[in-house]
Structure formats: C-alpha cells, structure tokens
Design a protein around this ligand. Structure first.
Ligand SMILES: [Zn+2]
Length: 552
C-alpha cells in the first residue's frame, strides 16, 4: 500500500516536471510588452515611464525600455509605441451605457456632428438603409452649440432629410421634434393627445412648429420614447457589443452604470447575454434603480435578495442602488414629507445591508434635502466605507462638499457642472469623471475632459474661472483612478502599476501637450482590457485579430 503510494507520488511529481518544461504558462516572460512610449501611469506621483510588461491580463512591470525588454521572451508580443502616449483605460463613473447599447444599432446619433447639414446627412443615410415608414430616432446626446449654425433642427430640416420615414429627435429631456409622419405614427393629432405636461411649441404666429416642450423636463420625453418601437432582443445584443467597442475606440475600458429612465430590470438581459458569451469589452459596475412608482422599496428588496454586494466578476458586477431610488425624490427639489420618509427608509436599509448608493441630484441649492437624509442614516449606520455618492450637483457649494466629505460621500462630475472641482479636491472629496451620456450628453470622454475639465471654455462660452480649472493630471486622475473608487476598484485598475489589470489605451495625440481645444479630438489607436486588445486602428490595426474577450 505504502509502496503504491510512493509510486503514485513519484509519477505525479514527474508529470508536474514534464508539464513545467512543456508549458509556457510556467515561464515568467511577458505576454506583451509596450516600449518606447510616454506612459502616464497615474500612480500617486503621476510618474511618466517608457515601457510596460503585461502577463496573464495584468501589468507585471512598468519602467525603462531596457528593464522591460528583459521581460520579453521569444513568444512575447512587442508593441512599439514610437513615442506615443499611453493612459490607463478611462472609466466613466456615470454613463447610461447599458441603455445606450440597446439602441446603438437602431438609432441615429449626432455625436461629433459639427453642423446641422452633417446631422441631417446622418438622418438621410439612415433613412436609405431602412424601409420607408420605419422610425428614425435621435434620442439625445447632442447640443445646438455643437452645430456651427448654433440652433436646433427644425421639422422642415427633418422632412427634407427623410421624407419617407417618421423621425423623432429628442434634446436632453425637455424638447422633442417630430416630422408629421412621426405625429401620425404616434396618433398625436392635437395637444390633447400629448403625454402630460407636454405642450406643442408654437411660432410667433401661433402655428405649431413640430416640436414638443416639457418645461418641467423628463416625463414627456420618457412617455414619448416608450411609444417608439423597441429594438429586438438580437438587435439589443448586437448594439451592446457595438456600443462598447465604440467606447473602446475612445479609450474607455470601464463604466459605472446608474440604470436610468426607460431601463427596467428585464432590460438587462441583452447585457447579461454578452457577458455570458465572454464578449464584454467594457468593465461594468451597475447599480439598480427603483422602477414602479410607489413600489420601489419592495422591488429593490426583492431584486437585491439574490445580489450580494459586489456580486459578479471583474467584467460585470453589482454595485448597489441608484441613481433613482424612488420617483418621489427623482428630479423633485421639494419632495413631500412622505416622499422623504420613504426615501429615508430605503437608504437606511441600504446602509444596514452595506450597499453603495448613488443619487441623481442636479441642484446644489436644494441638496440639503438629500444630504440631511444621508446624515440621518449616517448617524445610525456609518456609511463612510460604503462609497455613497451624489451625481451631477451643479456648482456644488463648499458647504455641501464639506458635508459630503464628513460622511465619506463621493461626487461624480459630468459636463460643465464640474464648476467647483478645485474646492472638492482641496476638501479631499472623492471625484469620478464621466459624461452622463447618451441622452443628455455625448459619450466621448475626450470632449468631456476638454469641456468639463481642462478647458475653462465649452461650446457655449466661458463657464468657469481658472481657479476652478483642474490640471490635466487631475482631470485624468478623475477619469481613471478617481472613477475606480466608486466601484471599490482603485486597487485593481485606474492606473498603470504592477499587479493591476492591464487596461490601457494608446492615444492618437499627447493628452499632456496638445492644445486644450484639441483634447476633444483625441482617440485611441489601441485599447486593451485585461491584456486583450479590444480595439486597434492605424498602425496597430493588424494586432486586433486576437479578438477574444478579456478573461473574467
Ligand atoms: Zn442622473
């Protein structure tokens, strides 16, 4: 018996030795090295290095060309950066990416269009690709200031571009324009047929212009959008993959997704399918909204019963509640006592369960309503370790930032509302950058870096003094490791340091030295997620053939 056992051990050891010699997995050589670059590591010193080594999806070393070349073996892929700038993969801390993906292949988008003419050309092209009578939809993501005409499209523009299709164009959540075919297809014959509190916009002579206004914002756009045809499940799966690749094209490797309007629990299935197929190319940390008015608490309790905090993997994970917990506290600066009490009960329960919460709150002037509830909960169940956050908070005052800091609450910043970023930095409030795309803004992180952060101007003019304009280093920090904090990932990603996931982007221009007004035109030439190349173009295009999704 003992002899048999000894034989078994000897055979097993021999097998291990043979495997060790035969398998390259045992070697310490890098899978990939990137050399001759300007690597913005975004470590605590913001060190700039020449080269990176990657093995098994992680960064194993960062340093000089000579040091990193020593890690290369005969099988190692060598990427010559030729002086190009490399950044950690960008992380948008607040983007409705799941929703944007579902309609990406079926909607028309105006991201990057610089004139009404170009925007109308995109409508025309889409109309030629679709059957007459099928809807053409632009569901936000544009601003009149991006067009050289500095105006919104008119119904006449749209009819000329697509005479044979109903067209729906949404601006933010407060204005929509449709063609007569669109009104007919929705069965809207007069103002009385509009969702409340919608009004037909009228010109100086009192004639309807074809646009619909909602001075209060949100409800009309949400209701109209619900009336539009929804993409099929397969179209949503396809759109999700394509949208995530589009984000990769812009150097984005991770997002915080706060749910949002027109996105209910059943709408997550296309995303889950892409995840199951191992085809996610963006890391997603998603939070859950309350969906049904009056039933939010029961819903959230029921849905999270099987979702332990942090559940998931490095590609997809559950990250608590938000950005809308209840309809009563959603875009409502003056909620009733009852609305506040319901909200308090939910966040108290979330704190007790150890869940993160992110909350949509646009106005600093009324943020006391929200922060008082956070403080009431914090006194019972300290939330400092739960990484709660407030999204938006335009012109956050020092006083409100101090209250947030005292509780360990972070701030996700988007668009030109980042008007007090230097105050927040001084106070030590955790900040994550992002876009809030795609209905209310473009998803392009570089235009966000330019307009909301580095450049004190935006398309609408000067919006902030130099005293609140962050350095390029700090803006990049907010868009990488700053955003990683909100999903408890700052030790795993958000900077290029040994031991971290190999998420990075090689840029078309040097983010550090290009004139500020050109930052918005930067793109990625190669994007890596977990060591896999998920996007490559130009000189690196041939490297993308290994298009397997990152390990999870
Ligand atoms: Zn929001």
């Amino acid at each position: 018996m003992r002899k048999q056992f000894a034989n078994f051990i000897r055979t097993a050891l021999l097998a291990i030795c043979v495997a060790a010699i035969a398998s390259p997995a045992w070697s310490q050589n890098a899978d990939t090295i990137l050399v001759n670059g300007k690597i913005l590591t975004v470590d605590s010193q913001f060190s700039i290095r020449e080269a990176i080594a990657v093995r098994d999806g992680k960064i194993t070393a960062v340093g000089s060309n000579a040091d990193i070349r020593k890690q290369a073996g005969p099988q190692t892929r060598v990427i010559d950066l030729r002086g190009r700038t490399v950044i950690p993969g960008l992380i948008d801390s607040h983007i409705h990416a799941i929703r944007a993906g579902q309609t990406f292949t079926t909607e028309v988008n105006w991201v990057g269009a610089t004139s009404i003419v170009e925007a109308m050309n995109r409508i025309r092209e889409a109309s030629l690709a679709k059957k007459p009578g099928s809807w053409l939809i632009v569901a936000g993501g544009w601003q009149p200031q991006q067009f050289k005409e500095k105006r919104r499209p008119t119904q006449t523009d749209l009819v000329a571009a697509a005479p044979n299709n109903p067209v729906y164009v949404q601006h933010d959540y407060d204005w929509e324009v449709m063609t007569p075919a669109g009104f007919a297809a929705m069965g809207i014959n007069s103002e009385a047929d509009l969702p409340r509190p919608g009004k037909l916009e009228r010109d100086a002579s009192g004639n309807p212009t074809g646009a619909i206004e909602d001075v209060a914002g949100f409800d009309v756009a949400i209701a109209l959008f619900e009336k539009l045809p929804h993409p099929t499940f397969d179209e949503q799966v396809e759109g999700t993959k394509k949208f995530f690749r589009e984000m990769n094209r812009l150097g984005v490797t991770g997002v915080g997704d706060p749910g949002g309007n027109n996105l209910n629990p059943e709408n997550y299935q296309p995303l889950f399918k892409v995840w199951r197929q191992h085809q996610l190319t963006l890391r997603i940390a998603y939070s859950l909204c309350g969906s049904t008015p009056g039933k939010e608490f029961e819903e959230l309790k029921s849905l999270t019963q099987m979702l332990p905090e942090g559940f998931g993997d490095d590609m997809l994970k559950f990250n608590g509640l938000g950005e809308r917990l209840t309809w009563g506290m959603n875009n409502n600066d003056y909620p009733t006592t009852e609305d506040k009490e319901t909200y308090y009960q939910i966040v108290r329960w979330a704190a007790q369960k150890g869940m993160p919460v992110t909350m949509h709150w646009p106005k600093d002037e009324t943020a006391d309503t929200l922060l008082s509830i956070y403080e009431r909960v914090n006194a019972e169940f300290p939330i400092a370790d739960l990484r709660w956050s407030v999204a938006h908070l335009t012109n956050a005052s020092v006083q409100n930032l101090q209250r947030m800091k005292a509780m360990g609450v972070g701030w996700t910043i988007q668009r030109p509302n980042a008007a007090s970023v230097e105050n927040a930095k001084e106070l030590g409030v955790n900040m994550g950058a992002g876009t809030d795309a795609h209905r209310v803004a473009s998803y392009n992180p570089f235009t966000a870096l330019q307009w909301s952060l580095v450049d004190s101007k935006n398309a609408g003019g000067v919006h902030r003094g130099p005293d609140q304009t962050p350095t390029r280093e700090d803006a990049l920090r907010a868009y990488t490791i700053g955003s990683a904090w909100f999903s408890f990932d700052e030790k795993k990603r958000g900077s290029i340091e040994p031991g971290k996931l190999a998420d990075l982007a090689i840029l078309t221009k040097d983010y550090m030295t290009v004139p500020a007004d050109q930052i918005g035109s930067i793109e990625s030439l190669l994007t890596m997620v977990g060591g896999k190349i998920v996007y490559a173009a130009g000189p690196y295009a041939s490297l993308e053939k290994d298009s397997q999704a990152p390990k999870r």
